[in-house]
Design a protein around this ligand. Structure first.
Ligand SMILES: C[S@@+](CC[C@H](N)C(=O)[O-])C[C@H]1O[C@@H](n2cnc3c(N)ncnc32)[C@H](O)[C@@H]1O
Length: 246
């Protein structure tokens, strides 16, 4: 079952407000790290899985990608992307990655930013992405860190009597599968996978791991969003770069 939560009106508006706010974790932490980990994009054909409002697809064009196919399950996200970030070299498609038919050896680079924890069948999607990449092509993705998705309700910070964060709880780590989180609204479905599953499925499906980063905030991020210092206590994201070797 695929959940298309980004088309839920209340959730969509809250998420959009977050992304349009001056200081958010995506723009201060996740995106800069992900972009630093990219290979050269000049003349490359790129697939963006879960492209959201299209900012990354537009960035690829700025970096001289030849063509970008940017897909998302959410109609609302694709509509915003087409309004804000349209370009003749970007093809936005409103489709779930699970339903997308891809040709073999089509892309030089596949990128996915914070979308794969919404996917139930990680192994199937990894196989599909491997197949769609040219040999030596790069797959780069960010995901919510397994220590974030582990606990059943994903309500992880434990606070003291004064409401200060005393520690971060990790539990049910080895129980992979569906989690339901309250994030603006109840019932956001995400999927927890252990670090070893995330890595081993890549290796089993023809990838060589090139880099794994758990982003930490720089001074600019700390100045514009002081609470981001909590990333030094526990990481929110994991970013993995892998190369297709077979
Ligand atoms: C946290 S947002 C990130 C959006 C964008 N990558 C960015 O960084 O701004 C996650 C996106 O993944 C999309 N998504 C979730 N499940 C998906 C699926 N099965 N296939 C394609 N996109 C999906 C959502 O609709 C949403 O736009």
């Amino acid at each position: 079952m695929k959940q298309n939560i980004y088309d839920h009106p209340e959730f969509f508006q809250s998420y959009r407000n977050l992304r349009e706010s001056e200081s958010n974790y995506n723009d201060l932490l996740e995106q800069p790290t992900l972009r630093d980990m990219l290979p050269e994009l000049k003349n490359k054909i790129v697939l963006d899985v879960g492209c959201g409002m299209g900012d990354f697809a537009k960035y690829c064009v700025k970096e001289q990608a030849r063509e970008v196919v940017a897909i998302d399950i959410s109609k609302k996200m694709i509509q915003v992307a087409q309004q804000r970030n349209s370009h003749e070299r970007i093809n936005y498609v409103n489709i779930a990655i699970e339903d997308l038919q891809l040709k073999q050896h089509e892309f030089d680079v596949v990128v996915s930013s914070l979308a794969l924890h919404y996917i139930r069948d990680y192994d199937v999607v990894i196989k599909k992405i491997n197949c769609s990449l040219k040999k030596m092509g790069v797959f780069l993705f960010s995901i919510e860190h397994p220590i974030v998705t582990a606990r059943r309700n994903m309500d992880n910070w434990i606070v003291d009597k004064e409401n200060n964060r005393s520690h971060y709880a990790v539990d049910h780590y080895q129980e992979e599968g569906e989690r339901q989180q309250h994030w603006y609204i109840d019932g956001i479905v995400k999927y927890h996978r252990t670090f070893s599953t995330l890595i081993n499925e890549l290796i089993l499906n023809g990838f060589q791991i090139e880099q794994v980063i758990e982003p930490i905030p720089n001074n600019k991020a700390l100045n514009s969003l002081p609470k981001i210092i909590n990333e030094m206590r526990k990481p929110s994201f994991m970013i993995i770069r892998a190369k297709k070797v077979w």
